[in-house]
Design a protein around this ligand. Structure first.
Ligand code: MEV
Length: 301
């Protein structure tokens, strides 16, 4: 049996804007999806969602990953078991992580010899098939790990302060939210395009700040990014409640991460404020996850 794992991610800057070619900064976090694969009589996919064969409704990412790898190897029967620390539909990149880890595990089991670039590319094609207009960010970061600037594909130094995630536990559909932003942008291009471009500018400014470990200034900009995400309609009352709970309890910054609507927010924690932020998120009705970023992308366990 082969087991591979791939990390989830949080966005410091740039979700949604990155779909239109603007820059984003995203970091892999130490929350992983593990995929176990072994040869078998037939194709079996097992997860908390159920046990299926190829099934584009229940297991779309894994089903497309198997079909893509069937173009390279004779995959007739394989048993795939998924275990994840990443809640589905929460903005933490669970779909990218499961896709990347499945491709890597099948690559090793069937000796296809894919490079990391190949894996990231194939995973991005699958996200596009399932979600429509998906940027390469989630799949690239999950494959390569670290703090990454997209579309430049530039690795930045790791962030040294702790990261606290607040999960609203409200499922959010990336496809739907990306579609809503596209609609708003086509209705009001002269208003929405500059907002998306401002978000991209923040990522460009933040590149230098990440190199300088200037988390205070990064935090100020992340808070501005939060305001602009609200402006393009991807906020929610629950997300805002968690954002303010974190900010009022020592967070340097707090914003939505991922598609928004529901899902998660992310806070950079100030010195010694990690537990206070986590407690405040829980008291405000969210689920707090204390984590850190990681240099490690997809790996063989
Ligand atoms: C979703 O994690 C991030 C979005 O920017 C969509 C994408 O980049 O594909 C909303």
């Amino acid at each position: 049996m082969i087991t591979c794992s791939a990390p989830g991610k949080v966005y410091l800057f740039g979700e949604h804007a990155v779909v239109y070619g603007e820059s984003a900064i995203c970091c892999a976090v130490e929350l992983r999806t593990k995929v176990h694969v072994e040869k078998s009589e037939s194709i079996i996919i097992e997860s908390t969602l159920g046990t299926t064969g190829i099934d584009h409704e229940t297991h779309p990412y894994v089903s497309y990953a198997i079909e893509k790898m069937q173009q390279l190897a004779n995959i007739e029967g394989v048993r795939i078991r998924i275990e994840s620390e990443l809640p589905v539909g929460s903005g933490l990149g669970s779909s990218a992580a499961v896709t990347v880890a499945t491709i890597k595990a099948l690559d090793i089991l069937y000796e296809c010899g894919l490079s990391l670039e190949d894996i990231a590319g194939k995973a991005h094609e699958i996200e596009r098939m399932v979600q429509g207009n998906a940027s390469p960010t989630d799949t690239y970061v999950s494959t390569m790990g670290g703090v990454v600037m997209i579309p430049q594909r530039k690795k930045l130094p790791l962030i040294e302060c702790p990261i606290v995630i607040g999960n609203t536990n409200r499922f959010s559909s990336t496809k739907e939210l990306v579609g809503n932003v596209a609609k708003l942008r086509s209705e009001f291009p002269e208003i929405i395009e500059p907002i998306l471009s401002d978000i991209g500018q923040m990522s460009l400014l933040a590149e230098k700040l990440v190199h300088e470990n200037d988390y205070e200034t990064i935090g100020k900009l992340m808070n501005v990014n939060q305001g602009l995400l609200d402006a393009i309609g991807v906020g929610s009352a629950e997300l805002s409640t968690l954002v303010y709970a974190a900010r009022n309890n020592g967070a340097i910054s707090a914003k939505i991460t991922g598609a928004g609507g529901g899902g998660c927010m992310v806070a950079l924690a100030g010195k010694d404020s990690t537990s206070a932020i986590a407690n405040a998120i829980e008291d405000a009705g969210g689920e707090a996850i204390i984590t850190k970023n990681t240099e490690e992308g997809v790996r063989l366990e």
